[in-house]
Design a protein around this ligand. Sequence first.
Ligand SMILES: [Fe+2]
Ligand SMILES: [Fe+2]
Length: 356
Amino acid sequence: MKESSRALIISDDEQISRNLREQLIIGGGFQVILENSSHGGLTALKSDSFDIVIMRYAMPDMSSAELIKGIKKVDSDAIIIAFLEDHNQQVIAEIFKLGVYDFISKPVNVEKLHFLVNKGIELHSLLAANRKLGEGLKENNASLQKQNFLLAKRIEESTRNLTRLYEDLRSTYMRTIKALAQAIEARDAFTHSHSENVAHIAVAIATQMGLSSVEVETVREACELHDLGKIGIEDAILLKPSSLTPQEWEQVKKHPMTGAQILEPLTFLNDVIELVRQHHEHFDGTGYPEGRKGEDILLGARILHVADAYEAMTSARSYRKVPFTKEAATVEIVKNRGTQFDPQVVDAFLKIVDRL
Ligand SMILES: [Fe+2]
Ligand SMILES: [Fe+2]
């Protein structure tokens, strides 16, 4: 027991108060405050802290239940010892129900008094320490939560900035590369707007086939860049008005690979690059550059291939000044359904061809 332990005695019976005080001061070295009314006791509790409260049960100015409730309201950890003059079983049951720690009765057993008070004080300090710990944890928790929230906001903002930067960078790259593709097309007066037209047709087919908006966008970008590799073909071959020799044809067949190689460093275009590489593959495996077959060819590339063929047939070329009519080109596409072209893509194409 600490010397500075403080006890509050609430009792209107002077003899009881004096007796208890003496025992606590002489026997235990307590600082003792006496209050002779319930109201006085509560006021003392509000202005000072106590390690233990001893109250006379059944004070005249307030019901015991109300007084105990009042004490607990001021100090929820308060340890209350009731002083009972009449301690039948019913009263004892009642005080414990009200939250009293223990009781002493007349005549005061000094040993029991000291034992109870010391145990009560120990419990009080444990409860107080526990509460302090809980509050500290709560505070730490709240501060951690706040820090977490701020951190999450900062990360979110940085991510937004990075995403914006990435999008800017991506769109700058795309514009540059599209400009290059258009410049290549401009070499040949006949293929002017070819890629743009192919994109228009392929997007219509892809949408008809129920591809997601991201997949449709990939198809569009692949169409815009699909013949980029023609940069590696000499003008003499590219613009030749007559049919090509086998050697010249070999040159032309390199363009899907050349295109893919040019785009390869742009890793964000990975999906697009594959479509560029595969845009001349045939469904039956007779295409180039790898001779892929069926579903081994990406769906986007199978769509691009149909759109590319239709666009090429319906436009004038250096080697064929009069283009196919829409109907003749469509017949040609249908004729190669299942061999050169994916049957499902052809079916979707037939549903949109009138709108072209
Ligand atoms: Fe091509
Ligand atoms: Fe093409």
